[in-house]
Design a protein around this ligand. Sequence first.
Ligand code: ATP
Length: 615
Amino acid sequence: MRASWKQPFQYPRPSEVIDHKANEPVKEKGAGGKSKQRARHTTRTLKQIGVYLSLYRLKLMAVLAMVVLSSAFSLLGPFLAGTAIDRFLISQDSGFLWFLVAMAAVFVLQSLTSWLQSVWMIGISQQTVYRMRKQLFDHLHRLPIPYFGKRQHGELMSRVTNDIENISSSLNSSVIQVFSSVLLLAGTIAVMLWLSPLLTLITFTVVPLMAIGMKWITNRTGKLFKEQQRNLGQLNGFVEETLSGQRIVKVFSKEQSVIEEFRAHNERIRLSGFWAQTISGFVPKLMNVLNNLSFAVIAGVGAILALNDQITVGVIVIFAEYSRQFTRPLNDLANQWNTLLSAVAGAERVFDVLGEREEQSDEGEAAAVEALRGDVVFQNVSFAYEGREATISDVSLKVSSGETVAIIGPTGAGKSTLIQLLCRFYDPSSGVILIDGKDSRRIRRESLRAHMAFVLQEPFLFEGTIRENIRYGKLDASDDEVERAARLANAHAFIVRMKGGYDARLRMDGTGISQGQKQLLAIARAVLANPSILVLDEATSSIDTVTEIKIQEALQRLMQNRTSFVIAHRLNTIRGADQIVVLQDGAVIEQGTHRELTARNGYYSNMTDRQDMMP
Ligand code: ATP
C-alpha cells in the first residue's frame, strides 16, 4: 500500500488494521482491582459528559424539578386512591366529587411534568451530541496522518455516527429514567415505611430475589451489549473498506471471500445481538413473576393485619399499587443500566479520539511563513515508522530554488516517505530538513503546506463540479483564474467538451472521467495553487499517447521556476531533471545528473540500459 497522502481511501495493511481492543474501555475482569479500574474509567467519562451538560445547567435544573414533581405525583396517585377507599367507601364521608377532581388533577399533572421533562431533556441531549459530533469531526481533521494509518476509516466513522447516537439516546431517556427510578424508589419506600413498617418489611422479602436475578442478568447482558457494539464497529469498518475498494475486490475476483467475511461479521452481530436482547428481554418476565408474588404476599398479610385492625383496607390498596410502582423503577433501572453502560463505553471511545494529540499541538516555536523561495536541504535525515526499522537512513540532499529533483528507486525504497518528511506528515528521527535555510520543524505545518502542491498518481477528486475540484487548489480563486489554470494544464479543451462544462459534476470515485483527465485536473489544481514547492508522483499506468503528451506538456509548464520533487517513472522526466537521486533501502546510493549517472555504470545506468522505464 502506498502512503496515505497518495491515496486517501485505500486498503489498510493487515498490520494497520486497528486493534479495537486498544481503544475499548477497560473491561471487568472479575476480582477486586480490575473492577475498580473500570469504575475509575467510567467516572472520568461521566465527568467529561458532565462538562458538556454543564452548559445547559438551567435547563437541566428545570428537568430535574420536573422529574421530582412527576415522581411526587406518581406517589400521590395511589395514596389518594387508598385514602378514597378508606374515607368514601368504608367511612362514607362526603366530598367524594372534589376528591375525584383532585385525583384527576394529580394524574394530569403527572403526565404533564413527565412530558415536559422528556421534551426538555431531548433538547439538551440533541444540543450536546451536536456539539460532540462537531468537535469530533473538527478534531479528526486536525489529527496527524500517522493516526489514520493505524485505524480503519469505518471504525472511526462508527464513532462519529453510532457511538454519538448511543450517547444521544441515552441522554434522551436513560438518564431521566435512572434518576426518576431512584427518586421513585426512595419515595415509595419512605411512604410505605410511614404507613406500615411491618407490611413494608414483608413486601421487601422479594427484594433480595430481585437483586440476585437482576445482577445475574446485567452481568451477562453488559458484556454482550459491549460486544455487539464492538462487532458493529468492525462491520462498519469492513463495509466501508470493501465499498471504497470495490474495484480491487472485483479485479481480484474477491467477491466471494468478501461476502464470506461479511457473513462472519454479520453472524457475530446476530449472535451477540440475539443473546444480549434475549437475556435482557428476560428481565421484565422475571420482574412480573416477582411482582405477582409480592402482590400475593401483600394481599394475604395485609388482609390479616386489616382484620386485626392494624391497618386499613386503603393501606392494602396503596401497598399493592406501590409494590407495582416499586418494582417498575427497579425494572427500569435494570433495563436502562445496560443502555447507559453502552453509552458510556461509546462516549469513552469518542473522548479517546478527542484526547488524541492534534497535529498542530507540537508546533512549539514553529512560525508561519509568508513566502518560500523553495531551497530545500536534507541534512543527514533518518526516519523510522513507529515500531519499525529505519525507512530513511542518513539522506543528504541539496536542492536549489527552481530545480527539479527526480527521485527513483525500487519499490519500498522510501521515495514516498522522503516526500512525507518534506511536507511534515512525519518529522525526521534524526537530522534536519532545511527549507529556505530554516529547520522545517520551525515552520508551521499548515503554512508550509500552503506553499506546496501535490500531483499524485491517483488524484483525489471530490464529489462536486469540475470548477470546485480545481478551485480546491485556491479556494478564493475567481472563475477566470480557474479557467486560466485549466488552460495551462491542457484541461480546458476536454472540460468544455463535457456536458455542463466547468459545472459538470464529478463523483467521488471519479467515474465518468478518464485517468488522464483526472491527472490534468490535478495539474490544473496545482497550477492554481501556484506553489513554491511541487511534489509530483508520476503515474505508472500508461495513458493514451495524445493525453500523455498533454500531461507532459502541462507538467513542464507547471514545474517551471519552482522546486519540484518528482517520484519519476518516465525516462524523459528523469533525463530533464537537474538532479537524480537513487534511493535503495532508504539510503541514497547514487546522486547526480543524467549524464553523470550514466557515466558511472551503477544502478541508474543499468536501469536505463534495461529500458524498463517509459520513454
Ligand atoms: P513505492 O515505489 O512502492 O511507492 P516507495 O519507495 O515510495 O515505494 P515508501 O512508500 O516510502 O516506498 O515505503 C518505504 C517503506 O516504509 C516500505 O517498507 C513500507 O512498507 C514502509 N512504510 C510506508 N508507509 C508506512 C507506514 N505508514 N507505516 C509503517 N511503514 C510504512
